[in-house]
Ligand binder design. Sequence first.
Ligand code: ATP
Ligand code: MG
Length: 459
Amino acid sequence: MSKERVLVVDDEKLIRFTLRESLAREGYVVHEAADVAEAIREFERHSIDCAILDHRLPDGDGLDLLRTFKEQAPDVPVILMTAYSTIQKAVEAMRLGAFTYVNKPFESDEMVLSVRTALETTRLRREVQTLRRLHQAEGLTDVIGESVAMREIVELVRKLASSQANTVLLLGESGTGKGLVARALHNASARRDRPFLTITCTAIPETLLESELFGHERGAFTDAKAAKPGLFEVADGGTVFLDEIGDMPFGLQSKLLQVLEDRTFKRLGGVRDITVDVRVVAATNTDLEAAVREGRFRTDLFYRLNTFPITLPPLRERSADIPVLLRFFIDKFNREFNKQATGADDDAMAALMRHPWPGNVRELRNAVERAMILGPGPELTKSDFAFSLEAGGDPDRGSGRLLDLPADGLDVEELERDLVRQALEKTGGNQSRAAQLLGMTRDQIRYRIEKYRDTSRGS
Ligand SMILES: Nc1ncnc2c1ncn2[C@@H]1O[C@H](COP(=O)(O)OP(=O)(O)OP(=O)(O)O)[C@@H](O)[C@H]1O
Ligand SMILES: [Mg+2]
């Protein structure tokens, strides 16, 4: 790290001298100024990391100088030197954003310590800000998708994140990104600095699940040696993600409903009402309405959860997302495996576009990972994906589709032209609806219509 620069502003030569000596000994580069004018010059000329100001200067007031510095560089910590008699000034200085004040007379060690603390704190603050910015950006930029359906979902998630909606239901087949969207919803919300806690309702015995969610008091059951807060209590201010909500035991559903209605519950064995502010995001890949019909899921809970449903469509219904997801996963695994894969060749791309992806995005991710580990070249070929594509899903259907391919390979353009034509026929020539059907934007389908019009004219 380069040396940090400290500016010392005082008209007393002796003070400047002592501070310069002790700060330089600590490895700082020290700049000096005897009055306001010189201080401003020095501050502008060097990139100062910390400033020490006397409160009274020959041509002005240290507080005005503080104000000027804070306007120019709000992040640079300023330490004000004050006299005991001017406590009022110290208070004012803190209000104006001084890092701290040091009463005169002081030991130079004391000042050195203040400078070190000021610089350290500023550095940490900057790091936290950077991390927070990265963290926020992560929220929705992590959800990849260019299809109309995915864009709408991202938009909806953004709206819900900043809304008061405190119950959101995520529906969709396995691997469509429900877990990812739940986390994105949290990260994009004002709750992001509070906990995001997940619990999977499957395969946890009912009493255990109840105590995990709501906590228990000491002695509530045989093993309850000490009281323990539940997820809802710990997540106060944040988000609780209830995965596989369809598997929640019937007996617990009414207690959950009560929490959703008034955010209040009791610990197991407890008498005290506990009120929390949590957003509940629930997800399932099962048909909740069927569960309601079959009496396995409470109707009232279903309606309460279903206020803001988001359905993630299966990947096969939004093949426009396949190329961008492929790109995203190639980049990701390039970084993780230190590889230089460039992309997939036309043959491979065609096969990926045709695959039904019963395991959705998760299956695609695994296929890319495997192809990149096993594949030799920088460009991924169909044979690198063969294992995944043939093994995935229903063995007959999965491989059957691949084996349908003509022996001399496939003309991707022809396939695409055929799809566009079919979609237009199906929608009576409605470009918007045809685009939707193909998971494209209107611009994307228009572009293709133009392109194929030209090629058919040319041939
Ligand atoms: N739109 C997307 N962009 C980027 N990655 C995605 C997207 N959708 C899913 N993924 C990735 O695919 C994998 C599966 O997603 P996730 O676990 O969220 O699915 P799920 O719907 O919760 O599945 P399940 O019902 O099996 O729990 C994860 O690694 C996730 O990061
Ligand atoms: Mg999941």
